[in-house]
Design a protein around this ligand. Structure first.
Ligand SMILES: [Zn+2]
Length: 224
């Protein structure tokens, strides 16, 4: 219990410091870079594979990239070394043919393994038949304890700091969570099948807020 209180106290202080540093999108020089952590940011989908499509036409692949770019600049401001699996709208396959998706995934894994990262963060947007479903959710591989810990902390940070978040992080059997033994999580930032959330997910303030949550969670777990 005492450890939990200490953790929460440290976390609140840390989160506040980060928020103050980035408030208004303007980084100020009130902190010094903390480390040379290497993080892989994986923007899901790309190219012909646009992922989920929102009711108002938002493409998941575009939004994933937008979140990764925001996160990249925040993390670099914090002294982290960031490797992206993709930096434009294109996919990672050579041509659109049978098996292109597997080629795309293998290429992502190759980039992750070559980066020898401390953390892997894969960004996606969700979609569900029930249009009322909403909220960010973190996924982890059950056999990777380090990823599970990061996922649990991150989900709680979402719950505490976002207007809507799913109640718990969830176990999943996903390719991108098995590339390396370092903590790896996949974040479904929200539901494009919910019209309100589709609009919210595109607002830069919301993108910044969600990305602060991811950054704060990484710092709390990896550096804590
Ligand atoms: Zn996706």
């Amino acid at each position: 219990m005492r450890n939990q209180i200490i953790f929460v106290t440290i976390f609140v202080a840390l989160f506040s410091a980060i928020y103050i540093c980035y408030n208004g999108g303007q980084a100020v020089q009130s902190y010094s870079p903390r480390s040379s952590l290497t993080v892989v940011l994986d923007a899901g989908h790309g190219g012909i594979d646009v992922g989920a499509v929102g009711k108002n036409g938002t493409l998941e692949s575009d939004l994933n990239l937008k979140y990764c770019k925001t996160l990249k600049s925040m993390m670099e401001e914090y002294g982290m070394n960031v490797v992206m699996t993709r930096e434009d709208e294109g996919g990672l396959y050579s041509e659109y043919k049978n098996g292109f998706k597997m080629e795309d995934m293998r290429k992502r894994r190759e980039i992750v393994q070559n980066a020898n990262p401390d953390v892997v963060i894969s960004i996606h947007m969700n979609k569900f038949a029930v249009s009322s479903s909403r909220g960010a959710q973190v996924f982890y591989d059950d056999e990777m304890q380090s990823g599970k810990e990061l996922a649990m902390v991150m989900q709680q940070v979402f719950i505490d700091n976002l207007p809507y978040a799913r109640k718990e992080a969830k176990m999943a059997d996903l390719y991108m969570l098995k590339c390396v033994s370092s903590p790896s999580v996949l974040i479904e930032c929200g539901y494009l099948s919910n019209v309100e959330e589709e609009a919210l997910l595109q607002q830069q303030d919301y993108i910044n807020n969600l990305c602060y949550c991811i950054l704060a969670s990484v710092l709390a777990v990896i550096e804590g």
